[in-house]
Design a protein around this ligand. Structure first.
Ligand SMILES: [Zn+2]
Length: 267
């Protein structure tokens, strides 16, 4: 099944690293003598990037966790052997064992369509509702030099039993590095468009107080969003050569909260 599309809203901007970022690469193909904790890089350019799936997974996870009490009990699995029934797990891990991303999954398409989280981010499994948003990979901004953006930091892990220090090298993208992001939203329902876009912008705000990538509890992955443009493209843009409608445009980039006030009447 697939919903009709009535147009697209394209949100572009910059992600600025406020602390070091470590989004790990697969380590299977590392040469001997290579660093054992590399960051993910574009195989062609060798440049680090932020996978769209990382951004999307993180925003979805924050959205779900913040709405957990609004959803029916089948989406909340009480933790085993715990008396405290105010704590729940969501019912599906779409990340890895090491970096789990818990989501809820609907049994039906209609259930997913009626859910403000799943209509935006999609739902897999039996419901199989396609996401309304596409998160492109965020690549380095043009003014960034590859030589300047990666460093190797020695992290000392302390063995909690023996107290032995075990320094290990970890690659990270340095604070101040800027990436270009692009999020495309498919308009499937005009009445839900504003609310969906607002949810996305609010999740950017929330992600700024959370983290991207690994080692977030040790300070890694703090980011800032700057939105440089939001445009709306109707079907007449694609099929009849009509102009797109500019909703937001700012060379410097606006903070998510600055954008919120502007989109309401313009979208
Ligand atoms: Zn849902």
């Amino acid at each position: 099944m697939g919903e009709a599309i009535f147009g697209k809203v394209v949100i572009k901007g910059k992600i600025i690293l406020k602390t070091g970022l470590h989004i790990g690469a697969q380590t299977e193909a590392i040469e001997i003598g290579g660093i054992d904790n590399p960051v993910i890089k574009d195989p062609v350019t060798g440049e680090p990037y932020i996978p769209g799936s990382s951004l999307k997974g993180k925003m979805r996870s924050l959205f779900e966790k913040s709405k957990i009490l609004d959803y029916p009990p089948e989406f909340r699995v009480p933790p085993p052997n715990e008396e405290d029934t105010s704590k729940y797990f969501l019912n599906r891990n779409i990340g890895t064992t090491r970096n789990p991303i818990w989501v809820h999954v609907h049994e039906t398409y209609e259930g997913a369509k009626a859910c403000e989280i799943c209509r935006l981010f999609g739902s897999s499994g039996n419901s199989n509702y396609p996401s309304r948003v596409i998160f492109r990979d965020a690549h380095l901004c043009e003014n960034q030099n590859l030589e300047d953006v990666i460093e190797i930091k020695y992290e000392t892990a302390i063995d909690r039993i023996t107290s032995a220090a075990n320094p290990r090298p970890m690659e990270r993208v340095v604070p101040g590095t800027e990436f270009e992001f692009e999020i495309v939203y498919n308009v499937e329902n005009e009445n839900e468009k504003s609310e969906d876009i607002k949810n996305l912008i609010n999740l950017m705000k929330m992600l700024e107080d959370d983290y991207l990538g690994g080692s977030g509890s040790r300070g890694y992955g703090k980011v800032e969003f700057r939105i440089t443009s939001i445009v709306k493209r109707g079907l007449d843009y694609y099929f009849n050569g009509a102009n797109e409608k500019t909703i937001v445009s700012s060379e410097e980039g606006l903070r998510p909260e600055e954008v919120l006030g502007q989109i309401n009447e313009r979208l």
